[in-house]
Write a protein that binds this ligand. Structure first.
Ligand SMILES: Nc1ncnc2c1ncn2[C@@H]1O[C@H](COP(=O)(O)OP(=O)(O)OP(=O)(O)O)[C@@H](O)[C@H]1O
Length: 351
């Protein structure tokens, strides 16, 4: 998959000017309110025309202002799920989903498969207003998938879901990414939500791209990516071994031989856990006789000041970000190159 665009569109307060070349991966589009994220989606989906520019998906030009090419939304092979007005209220969930394939000639994605993947069969005969926000969202995703898209755009997919249920959307989005192998472009205000699906972000501010790449590299290069919800560390863990009731030890790509991470659960042979930078304590020496299960040795590669705190970027085989106070930095004499130990409890790791 490849999506490239170089587009301009006047907005109320600025000229949106965005350019990118995306490969075959899931990408999070992140930026403050009013940055131009939804405008980008409308342009990609063909709901709006840029004042100048070009968009191509898999080598096929779908918008080109010079050549006056504007493929209509249903011919673009881009599925879109907006955050509001997800479904037609007068159609059942089944009819809503089937609406997706009305104009599709080459059906690559089948109704039964989508219903199974998104666990929608008990809801098919229900009307949209009698199912939850998360279920409506899944039905809207199913409808978009039945257009047999080559990529899927999701605008704030966690917003339609109540705060307690938002994590329930994640497994479905992971299934789309891993089983259907559909590249996703996801708008979210919440960087940790993006991080649970991908490390790649496209950062927008005031209609311009201010950074594109792996989150850790963007933070490391000083590009501010810590939104309201902050940022999380993601650890891709493998080969869990049960060592006690409620305690597993796992390997992670990049960890030195013999180093393991201890977690309270291990749902699969390979899985991702997250930990907040605030939950990682730093020590210059190893700390014996302490209940904390994880002590990873690492080297500080960067320090980023934010208000009265510091984000320490540490290479511990895996990249880790720890948030400490300026006072702790001074007391411990932490600088770039300092070798130290990153301490975190097994229970601070979250699935
Ligand atoms: N049709 C329009 N004409 C002119 N300006 C617009 C139009 N629609 C939106 N805007 C303005 O363009 C800017 C970008 O809006 P957009 O909805 O793309 O941002 P966003 O990043 O998606 O914001 P949010 O996260 O709040 O949804 C905003 O200042 C908005 O007021």
């Amino acid at each position: 998959m490849s999506l490239s665009f170089d587009i301009e569109l006047p907005r109320r307060n600025f000229l949106l000017q965005l350019k990118a070349d995306f490969g075959d991966q899931t990408i999070g589009v992140f930026g403050p309110s009013g940055a131009g994220k939804t405008s980008l989606f409308s342009l990609l989906a063909g709901l709006e025309r840029p004042s100048a520019g070009k968009i191509a998906l898999n080598g096929k030009v779908i918008t080109d202002t010079e050549k006056q090419i504007y493929l209509p939304p249903n011919k673009r092979k881009i599925g879109v799920v907006f955050q509001e007005k997800l479904l037609f209220p007068h159609l059942s969930i089944k009819e809503n989903i089937l609406f997706g394939e009305r104009y599709v000639k080459e059906k690559r994605i089948r109704f039964d498969d989508v219903v199974e993947l998104l666990e929608l069969s008990p809801l098919l005969n229900s009307m949209p207003n009698s199912v939850s926000g998360g279920e409506q969202q899944r039905a809207a995703i199913a409808r978009a998938l039945l257009t047999s898209p080559e990529m899927l755009l999701l605008d704030e997919p966690f917003n339609a879901v109540d705060a307690n249920l938002r994590k329930t959307m994640l497994p479905y989005l992971r299934k789309l990414r891993d089983e259907l192998k559909i590249p996703l472009l996801i708008i979210s205000h919440d960087l940790p939500d993006i991080q649970r699906l991908t490390n790649m972000v496209y950062l927008i501010e005031q209609g311009r791209c201010v950074g594109f790449g792996e989150i850790i590299n963007l933070i490391n290069s000083g590009t501010a990516v810590t939104g309201e919800q902050g940022v999380v560390n993601t650890l891709n863990l493998i080969k869990p071994e049960k060592i006690d009731e409620g305690l597993f030890q796992c390997r992670a790509e990049g960890l030195n031989n013999g180093t393991v991470i201890r977690t309270p659960f291990a749902p699969a042979d390979s899985f991702t856990m997250t930990i907040h930078p605030e939950e990682i304590a730093l020590s210059i020496t190893p700390v014996p006789n302490i209940s904390i299960q994880n002590q990873l040795k690492g080297t500080v590669v960067n320090l980023i000041k934010k208000e009265h705190s510091l984000y320490c970027i540490i290479n511990a085989g895996v990249p880790l970000i720890a948030k400490i106070t300026a006072d702790s930095q001074k007391r411990l004499g932490i600088g770039v190159g300092t070798e130290l130990y990153c301490l975190f409890k097994a229970h601070s790791l979250m699935l």
